[in-house]
Design a protein around this ligand. Structure first.
Ligand SMILES: [Zn+2]
Length: 340
């Protein structure tokens, strides 16, 4: 068993030697190692310039939250990190990044990779490879080099978001097959849905981890774990965007803040529901008031029992129209008032 130490678990014997070499290479190059724990996707970050750290969130949650972050926000975050680094090195950069770290696993990883790159120019090739095929490193020494790097990062992030949205819409509309099967259909077309991974058995920790060498690996690993762990996602009833309800909650609303709003959907949505319930209260109140009036008329023999029954039947039909929005509360009230 000792031979397993720091090597990959390889299934295909024919390619074992190549895979072994590749494995050693991956182990040396990878700075992120993925694993799962209690339905959470965890990433161990082992960057050179930053303390080792682990970020985690419910499998798949980072994907949907990541799609939500606007490109201007990404830009502003990277610019502030770069400015802090220029002033006070890694320490200041880490401080500037602190408010954004842990908000989203991918964002944290992007920031960590960026600081690592700022601190050690010799890692430029690694950084470029890490960001993926949709990133191109600007000419070194060019004017506004760092700003160009940030623009290039933002463009590659937009590309990944667009790709994910494009395929996700297709997968959501597709009716045949399980969710996993529908994702797997696009494995050849999109690098984000290819779920083949190398496995790394770490004998020191006695854990199985997945070395993730590109940002695409980071994302597809999370998507795969979402499918494996059968994590449910659904559209938010307020903003319409997909989200993963927290814990076991059967919440209908996401906890993100829409553009031009100050409160999250969960609060706005709950208020909307309250408004509807409240409105229904008024409809019910109008009906009950008229019903009581007619009931007392019946008891004082001003109308017959049959007339009272007939009123109840008609009034409930009108009330239904009002609940459905076919008539307004005012129209319903007028109808009740006219029934004398
Ligand atoms: Zn929402």
């Amino acid at each position: 068993m000792l031979t397993l130490q720091k090597r990959y678990v390889i299934i295909d014997i024919n390619i074992i030697y190549i895979r072994y070499l590749w494995g050693e290479f991956m182990q040396d190059t990878a700075k992120i190692f993925g694993y799962t724990e209690n339905n959470k996707t965890c990433y161990k970050l082992k960057f050179n310039q930053i303390e080792y750290t682990t970020v985690s969130s419910v499998c798949g949650k980072s994907v949907f939250d990541f799609l939500w972050i606007g490109i201007k926000e990404f830009n502003a975050i990277f610019v502030s990190v770069a400015a802090a680094f220029a002033k006070g090195g890694v320490e200041q950069a880490v401080k500037a990044a602190a408010p954004f770290v842990n908000k989203n696993s991918y964002l944290t990883i992007y920031i960590a990779a960026f600081i690592d790159f700022l601190a050690d120019e010799s890692t430029a090739d690694y950084f470029s490879h890490f960001l993926g095929s949709d990133f191109s490193l600007p000419q070194k020494g060019s004017n506004h080099y760092i700003m160009n790097v940030i623009d290039s990062m933002a463009a590659s992030i937009e590309q990944k978001k667009a790709e994910f949205k494009f395929y996700f819409d297709k997968i959501s509309k597709e009716k045949n097959g399980s969710l996993s099967q529908r994702f797997a259909m696009y494995a050849d077309e999109s690098k984000l849905f290819n779920f083949n991974f190398d496995i790394f058995y770490d004998a020191d920790d006695e854990t199985i981890t997945y070395p993730l060498v590109t940002m695409d690996d980071v994302i597809r690993f999370d998507v795969m774990q979402m499918l494996v762990n059968k994590i449910k996602f659904k559209p938010c009833k307020c903003c319409g965007e997909y989200f993963i309800p927290a814990g076991r909650s059967n919440s209908e609303y996401c906890d993100r803040i829409m553009k031009n709003e100050t409160r999250p959907c969960s609060e706005i949505g709950a208020l909307k529901t309250f408004d509807i319930v409240h409105k229904n209260d008024d409809i019910h109140k109008a009906y009950i008031t008229a019903y009581r009036r007619m009931d007392s008329r019946q008891r004082s023999k001003l109308i017959t029992k049959d007339e009272f029954k007939e009123f109840g039947k008609l009034a409930r039909a009108e009330r239904k129209k009002c609940y459905n929005g076919e008539i307004t509360l005012e129209q319903f009230q007028d109808w009740l008032d006219d029934f004398r």
